[in-house]
Design a protein around this ligand. Structure first.
Ligand code: NAG
Ligand code: NAG
Ligand code: NAG
Length: 286
């Protein structure tokens, strides 16, 4: 079999697999309003990850609602493929300046399934970039990863989304590779997925932010939300450190979601991806 016909087969299989279950889902979804990033209704349209070319799949998001036009007409869309060798070193960025508060008042987080993604909502964190204070609002997971490094997808992407008082976003995201050990962050809430119902927030007794982030090595670029309305007001921080997750944990998520939950990578359109490393800073000052 030629490579091309194999690719065609894979694509066909993909469309077949995703068009079948989505027929039922689409009818249900049709009756529901779409939920936006904050879980509030904005538009009667419904989108899916599905196949890129399915009627409400990623390549059509921009046509489904006037409010989502950025999804097809924007120039700063996310996710992107990060070509690590093309990123521009920028020592001025400095280490990430974040504080996550594990005070008991923040332990009561909630777990939400919005029909597309599993989200953990909890406050109690802040990230300061260029003097702007962004407060943490939620944690998201996507499988496979949305961002890629030199074209490579990882099994999972984990991110903490922050928002400033002006409404702009800052997302700190990490790519996760398989490992035998469970990821401790997910141990806190993946077991609750079996009880999770759409649009019914589930109380989580404990949700400790354990961002053992490597805040000294990251990429930064200007992009968008990776779901409609694809607003282009997100500062993206993609950690260079690859974290780990067990195949069993990824299976818990993917069997809950049933479809992949990643938007395809978007064109850079001349945007710069900056790179920050403490080692670079040390070299510069020596
Ligand atoms: C967490 O929620 C439970 C149940 O609603 C409540 O009893 C408890 O006081 C809450 N804890 C905190 C620290 O708010
Ligand atoms: C950022 O905002 C949070 C609460 O919104 C606050 O606790 C924190 O001190 C602020 N950080 C800075 C550096 O101003
Ligand atoms: C950023 O996008 C969100 C979602 O569309 C919007 O609510 C917010 O007002 C935007 N912020 C700015 C500064 O444009």
């Amino acid at each position: 079999m030629t490579q091309l016909s194999f690719l065609a087969l894979v694509l066909l299989a993909c469309c077949f697999l995703y068009s079948k279950p989505s027929t039922g889902l689409e009818i249900q979804s049709f009756l529901r309003n779409a939920v936006d990033f904050d879980g509030s209704s904005t538009s009667g349209a419904e989108w899916s990850y599905g196949c890129t070319d399915s009627p409400n799949g990623p390549s059509h998001w921009g046509e489904l609602s006037p409010e989502w036009s950025k999804c097809s007409q924007g120039g700063l869309q996310s996710p992107i493929d990060i070509k690590t060798y093309e990123a521009e070193d920028n020592a001025a960025l400095g280490p990430l300046n974040f504080v996550y508060d594990n005070d008991p008042q923040y332990e009561n987080a909630s777990l939400v399934y919005d029909g597309h993604n599993v989200l953990v909502k909890r406050g109690g964190g802040s990230l300061v970039i260029n003097g702007v204070n962004y407060s943490s609002i939620q944690v998201e997971v996507h499988s496979p990863s949305e961002h890629t490094f030199n074209g490579k997808h990882y099994p999972l992407e984990l991110r903490v989304v922050h928002q400033s008082s002006a409404g702009d976003y800052a997302s700190v995201t990490a790519l996760l590779e398989y490992d035998k050990e469970d990821n401790v962050m997910f141990v806190q809430y993946f077991p609750f997925l079996k009880d999770l119902q759409q649009d019914k927030a589930l109380h989580l007794p404990v949700m400790v932010w354990t961002p053992e982030y490597d805040n000294h090595h990251y990429y930064l670029y200007k992009g968008s939300l990776t779901t409609p309305p694809c607003s282009e007001n997100v500062t993206w921080i993609v950690l260079k450190q690859i974290y780990t997750v067990s195949p069993q944990q990824v299976e818990v998520l993917t069997s809950f979601l049933k479809t992949p939950s990643n938007r395809p990578t978007q064109p850079l359109n001349g945007r710069k991806v900056f790179s920050y490393d403490d080692a670079f800073e040390a070299t510069m000052s020596s």
